[in-house]
Design a protein around this ligand. Structure first.
Ligand SMILES: Cc1cc2nc3c(=O)[nH]c(=O)nc-3n(C[C@H](O)[C@H](O)[C@H](O)COP(=O)(O)OP(=O)(O)OC[C@H]3O[C@@H](n4cnc5c(N)ncnc54)[C@H](O)[C@@H]3O)c2cc1C
Length: 325
């Protein structure tokens, strides 16, 4: 291992695959991008649970992102892509391999001529909604209560209030693990309810462009945005850590209705609980383990199947090892 007190220059070669140490900090080879081992992931997810990542990196620039992919590949590490972690349940045992987090890939550009906004993958989608509202641009009011990133919104086809990401997406710039940038359009992404064909893959959304409608009165767009937020705060529990809706809604009835009818509101394992305010939310009431949440998910699935003959599919991404209930 090379010992160094200064981070290496960004443009230095990536051919040496050694990790560069700077006292307690490690850097990705050829970059000044910190690389952490056994990095806690709990604070990087909205559930506030989960063990450490074997390796963790949060690049700020495209070249560091490429270097992350290259290093992970050279070490034969499995990859996990992380946005704001607002739709993830990560095992208490943590994740093997390299976790690449996009939260520092942030920039926003509003184009007055085309009425489009282009944002980096790590830009919070709610922040983008407020920025658009401030300008009097319509089209993102629905996104204000979604605590994820632009990249996560594209991959999940996040949506609310009868609108979703697919409705306004123009294109995305993606990076493949082999380092190729590719522009994809909504037609390429196979969008459906809360899903796209980017899910489960290792292609990273670097930035996305959305078509909005400029020219409205900012006061009115701000009011509509606030109204959406208020409505959500009234009907959903925002006061404790969660992942939002745990299950996809089946065709028949909303998942929350199916769960509530079985008297499962308030059902508790350890420090995790089915929310009283919204039965499709599971809350971390303080000190919950990922395994508590996982067991509640399994219990709900079994109960709902037994009573309604419906198997609820999780919307939350369950990552890492869990003991079957
Ligand atoms: C209180 C609360 C309310 C919520 N309300 C809603 C709602 O109304 N509607 C809704 O749709 N969702 C909602 N969610 C869920 C969540 O916010 C969305 O699914 C969001 O889009 C996830 O974005 P993220 O950045 O947190 O992604 P993460 O949770 O970090 O990741 C989700 C998936 O996307 C992948 N991913 C993330 N970023 C990238 C990237 N740049 N490139 C490639 N893959 C990537 C991850 O690998 C993972 O598979 C809510 C969550 C909470 C906690």
């Amino acid at each position: 291992m090379t010992l160094s007190h200064d981070p290496p220059r960004v443009n230095s070669t990536l051919t040496q695959k050694k990790i560069v140490y700077n006292e307690s900090l490690l850097y990705l080879p050829g970059t000044d991008c910190p690389l952490r081992s056994q990095a806690s992931l709990a604070s990087l997810t909205s559930f506030r649970v989960g063990g450490p990542a074997e390796w963790y990196v949060a690049p700020q620039r495209l070249e560091d992102l490429q270097a992350s992919f290259e290093w992970g590949h050279s070490q034969g590490l499995p990859l996990t892509l992380l946005g704001a972690g607002s739709n993830l349940l990560i095992s208490d045992r943590g994740l093997p391999g390299l976790v690449i987090c996009t939260r520092h890939l942030r920039h926003t550009q509003f184009d007055e001529e085309t009425g489009t906004v282009t944002a980096g993958a790590g830009e919070p989608i709610a922040r983008l909604a407020w920025q658009a509202a401030e300008r009097g641009w319509e089209g993102l009011e629905w996104a204000v209560g979604i605590p994820g990133t632009v990249g996560g919104a594209v991959v999940m086809n996040a949506g609310a209030h009868k609108s979703c990401t697919a409705d306004i997406l123009v294109n995305v710039q993606t990076l493949s693990p082999t380092g190729f940038m590719e522009e994809l359009t909504p037609q390429d992404l196979g969008f459906q309810y809360r899903t796209s064909n980017l899910q489960g893959g290792d292609r990273l959304v670097v930035e996305a462009t959305f078509q909005l409608k400029p020219g409205a009165d900012p006061v009115q767009v701000r009011a509509a945005t606030s109204q959406h937020l208020e409505q959500r705060r009234r009907s959903q529990p925002y006061h404790l850590p969660s992942c939002g809706s745990v299950f996809r809604n089946p065709d028949t009835r909303p998942a929350a209705w199916l769960i509530e009818q079985l008297g499962l509101k308030g059902y508790t394992i350890g420090r995790a609980q089915v929310a009283e305010r919204h039965a499709n939310f599971i809350l971390n009431c303080g000190g919950a383990q990922a395994s508590d949440i996982f067991q509640i998910i399994r219990h709900i699935q079994q109960q709902v199947e037994q009573h309604w003959s419906v198997w609820l599919e999780p919307e939350v991404k369950i990552l890492g090892e869990f003991q079957p209930a």
